[in-house]
Design a protein around this ligand. Structure first.
Ligand code: HEC
Ligand code: HEC
Ligand code: HEC
Ligand code: HEC
Length: 389
């Protein structure tokens, strides 16, 4: 591995900090995440934070995820997510410099509490200051784990490294532990829509100035099934040596099938992407950027129409019914944009949750041809380094 990288520096800094007993100068253990800060909160609630709250983020190294999840951490360390803080925040040149200067973000701020670090890294409070502690990491997708009161402390009591191994936990305790973790904001494998929502908080950009400076508005080719099955996949829970096609714990607990799960992910991922684009459209005032977002929404609506023609469901039908009439005004700023598009986003999220709760995928087999159009996605860096033919 490269030396002298941000991540290496931070790992040692965090290990040092973690090994010192709590003193006055030490940051307090992060408080538990308030329910409204998590993706499991009610989407219609105002003021929902778009990213995990650094106050409640432990970070992979301080959270010691590796102790019990060594294969997941190893897989993550090969991803673009892991590298993103080194690539985009550490070196102040090229497009990083261009975008940062356009937004008046200094070189030092980039690695602190910056807009860029919301998406290109993991922010955590270290010694009272918000710092980037790694690239995009576990808690960016599974929710801030929140120290003593958060989900991590409740999560890790049953493991082979603990006095009580995982297979000796009673079903009652397990159910209560999982319910506690979810209440504390943990995003788990069964929460397919919430999980997809996490991706689009970063993969759809809603800051008009950033887009005007030349930053991409979204990862254009992002398709949730394909993008979660490539370099990002890390389903090692039951067998550390086997990166399973579907989360192994979910499979064990529900007896669910990989094919059915992919179908639900395909629909829920498209809906989460649409929701995020509608929220970006609600915020957007820049008349140059609005047509880009409008085009994205129209394209997604087209995909949903195709999806619904292939395997009709009440939920997807209802959503195309909401978006269709909006197409005429998508491309020009209007005074009621904010209320209108946020309301549409709320409706999409509501139908999407209903969809995930009421379908198991077994009746959606016709979608497989659409799903298989996009192969598992690996970044160029990943392919060059790990998949060289
Ligand atoms: C002491 C061991 C331990 C530590 C430390 C630990 N975990 Fe886990 N984790 C487990 C066990 C055991 C399970 C399986 C739980 C079960 O069987 O219900 C698990 C399951 C998970 C799951 C899957 C949950 C689901 O139901 O889909 C996620 C996600 C997860 N851990 C994330 C993390 C993250 C992120 C960290 C670090 C911040 C972490 N874990 C630290 C032991 C641990
Ligand atoms: C809302 C999330 C988000 C924010 C905020 C954000 N980025 Fe990005 N950025 C992304 C994503 C996602 C990609 C990858 C897009 C793709 O799939 O190609 C990216 C790609 C990049 C790239 C590589 C592509 C290019 O345009 O050269 C650079 C450089 C970059 N971002 C710098 C920055 C800087 C600097 C800031 C802050 C001024 C910033 N980003 C803010 C999400 C974000
Ligand atoms: C980019 C988002 C993202 C990041 C980063 C991430 N995860 Fe996950 N994780 C997911 C998704 C999505 C799933 C479910 C995968 C699926 O649907 O196939 C998952 C599944 C899991 C599971 C269940 C695996 C199984 O076999 O049941 C565990 C455990 C887990 N993650 C732990 C971690 C740990 C530990 C880290 C950090 C080293 C991490 N995750 C980083 C998104 C992420
Ligand atoms: C905290 C923000 C964040 C979250 C959450 C997030 N991503 Fe990303 N992701 C990024 C950024 C930023 C990049 C671009 C990294 C770079 O080039 O600097 C990226 C890159 C990727 C790439 C590599 C793309 C390429 O071709 O370079 C994949 C694949 C990916 N993300 C999938 C996912 C999936 C699937 C999820 C949800 C389960 C997810 N991401 C959640 C920020 C995020």
């Amino acid at each position: 591995m490269r030396t002298g990288t941000l991540t290496a520096a931070i790992i040692s800094a965090v290990f040092l900090a973690a090994s010192v007993p709590h003193s006055d100068s030490q940051a307090q253990p992060p408080a538990p995440a308030p329910a409204s800060d998590t993706a499991t909160g009610d989407d219609t609630a105002a003021g929902q934070s778009p990213h995990v709250d650094p106050q409640n983020v432990m970070g992979v190294f301080r959270g010691d995820c590796k102790k019990c999840h060594p294969s997941e951490v190893a897989a993550w360390m090969k991803t673009t997510h892991y590298q993103s803080s080194d690539l985009r925040l550490l070196s102040f040149k090229g497009n990083t410099q261009k975008y940062a200067e356009a937004l008046k973000i200094s070189r030092e701020d980039l690695l602190g509490d910056s807009l860029c670090a919301d998406c290109h890294g993991t922010k955590s409070v270290v010694n009272g200051e918000v710092k980037v502690v790694s690239g995009v990491s576990c808690e960016s997708c599974h929710g801030a784990s929140g120290g003593e009161g958060g989900w991590l402390s409740r999560h890790q009591s049953y493991h082979d490294s603990q006095p009580l191994p995982r297979n000796q936990e009673t079903p009652e305790h397990r159910a209560a532990r999982i319910a506690d973790c979810e209440a504390a904001g943990m995003i788990r494998a069964p929460d397919i829509f919430n999980q997809a929502q996490m991706c689009f908080r970063c993969h759809v950009v809603s800051n008009g100035d950033l887009i005007a400076a030349g930053h991409k508005m979204s990862s254009a080719a992002f398709e949730y099934v394909a993008w979660s099955e490539g370099e990002v996949r890390h389903n090692f829970l039951l067998d550390r040596t086997q990166n399973a096609k579907a989360p192994s714990l979910w499979q064990e607990m529900t007896n669910g099938s990989t094919e059915n799960r992919r179908r639900i992910k395909f629909v829920a991922g498209t809906l989460a992407q649409l929701e995020a684009m509608l929220r970006a459209r609600a915020e957007m005032k820049n008349p140059v950027v609005i047509p880009q977002i409008g085009g994205g929404i129209a394209a997604l609506n087209g995909k949903l129409a195709q999806l619904n023609a292939t395997a009709p469901t009440a939920e997807v039908g209802a959503i195309t019914g909401i978006i269709g009439p909006m197409l005429a005004t998508l491309f020009a700023p209007l005074p009621d944009d904010k209320a209108k598009y946020n309301k549409a986003a709320d409706d999409v999220a509501r139908h999407a949750r209903h969809f995930v709760a009421s379908h198991d995928g077994s009746k959606l087999a016709p979608l497989d041809t659409m799903i298989n159009l996009a192969p598992p996605h690996f970044s160029q860096q990943f392919r060059q380094k790990y998949l060289r033919e």
